[in-house]
Design a protein around this ligand. Structure first.
Ligand code: FES
Length: 149
């Protein structure tokens, strides 16, 4: 058993230390808002926060998490910036199929916590690593900029 702090709760998980955090979140904890896209840290669908930083959970072994708090999309609305991003996402009707959106939101929240008043170019750059097959990039950009105001 490995102890983890996820969304403010301490949980015990029965998993090998080299198990990617994504599978612990989805399979052990049944928090299925975090998605599997590529599995090789290339798409951003699996983004969660570990120790307050956006990470790609498909490529982070459980052993690397340690005592750092983990936050997933299920709890991001409890955060002030997270709530602002959620409200902006709804206002701008961002998702199309929705599959990549939890990762997009988690990346956006991390970015806005570190950059209070970003330029449009900074938003584009910061979100550039999160892929959206539907091409909702314009709405993502608009929502991130809106949430920053
Ligand atoms: Fe982790 Fe694509 S599933 S980056």
């Amino acid at each position: 058993m490995i102890s983890l702090r996820v969304n403010g709760r301490t949980v015990q998980v029965d998993a090998e230390p080299d198990t990617p955090l994504l599978w612990v979140i989805r399979e052990n904890l049944k928090l299925t808002g975090t998605k599997y896209g590529c599995g090789v840290a290339a798409c951003g669908a699996c983004t969660v926060h570990v120790g307050g930083n956006a990470v790609r959970s498909c490529s982070l072994p459980l052993s690397a998490v340690g005592n750092q708090p983990v936050t997933t999309i299920e709890a991001i609305g409890a955060d002030r910036v997270g709530k602002a991003v959620q409200v902006a996402w709804i206002k701008h009707d961002v998702p199309q199929c929705g599959y990549c959106q939890s990762g997009q939101v988690m990346t956006a929240v991390d970015f806005l916590k570190k950059k209070k008043h970003p330029t449009e170019a900074e938003v584009i750059e910061s979100m550039g690593g999160n892929l959206c097959r539907c091409g909702t990039y314009e709405r993502i950009k608009a929502a991130v900029l809106d949430a920053s105001r």
